[in-house]
Ligand binder design. Structure first.
Ligand SMILES: O=C(O)c1ccccc1N[C@@H]1O[C@H](COP(=O)(O)O)[C@@H](O)[C@H]1O
Length: 171
């Protein structure tokens, strides 16, 4: 997370945190309206596999070759005629634990690979999946003990409930 947030890290800290993570796990740089200089810094120091930022940002930024993008689409905003192969759908403000419009998400999820985010937590992820039928889910504040501090038990419960809702096995 490289934006004004309790979860903010520097590009150097992110590289250090990701150092021992297996290469088949994608490194996602979550940004919010980054400047070109901020993106370039994250690219050179952290080398993410994927950039997650608002779709409007991608019209302005020069995205380095080799960096995949997951554009963020926000509920209530106009949609382009052509959708990307994969997108992240959430509410107006990121990282606040506020749920988004799951019915609107369902309509989009029928047209493209939709990652549902915004206000998900162990107690509601199964219902969100049942309604929206997303390609994937993303969570931050819903699996924290307090802002910025992840809770392993909540992460376990979230993954278990998400897998069960998607008929996946729980290991
Ligand atoms: O987590 C943040 O503080 C944040 C700040 C700015 C942009 C994105 C942020 N997080 C992303 O927001 C969504 C939903 O988060 P939540 O589950 O509602 O807390 C998710 O993609 C986070 O990665």
């Amino acid at each position: 997370m490289f934006a004004e947030s309790k979860r903010r890290v520097t590009a150097v800290q992110a590289a250090e945190l990701a150092r021992d993570v297996p290469r088949d796990i994608l490194r996602v740089a979550v940004m919010l309206h980054p400047s070109q200089a901020e993106l370039d810094e994250v690219w050179s120091q952290f080398r993410p596999d994927v950039l997650q930022t608002d779709v409007d940002d991608l019209a302005i930024l020069q995205v380095p070759d080799g960096l995949q993008v997951t554009p963020v689409f926000r509920a209530g905003r106009a949609l382009p005629a052509t959708l990307p192969t994969r997108l992240l759908f959430e509410g107006p403000v990121s990282g606040t634990g506020e749920t988004t419009d799951w019915s609107a998400a369902a309509e989009l999820a029928a047209r493209t690979q939709l990652i549902l985010a915004g206000g998900l937590k162990p107690a509601n992820v199964a219902e969100a999946i049942a309604i929206a039928r997303p390609f994937g889910v993303d969570v931050s504040s819903g699996v924290e003990a307090r802002p910025g501090v992840k809770d392993p038990q909540k992460i376990y419960d979230f993954v278990r409930n998400a897998r069960a809702a998607g008929n996946g096995a729980v290991k």
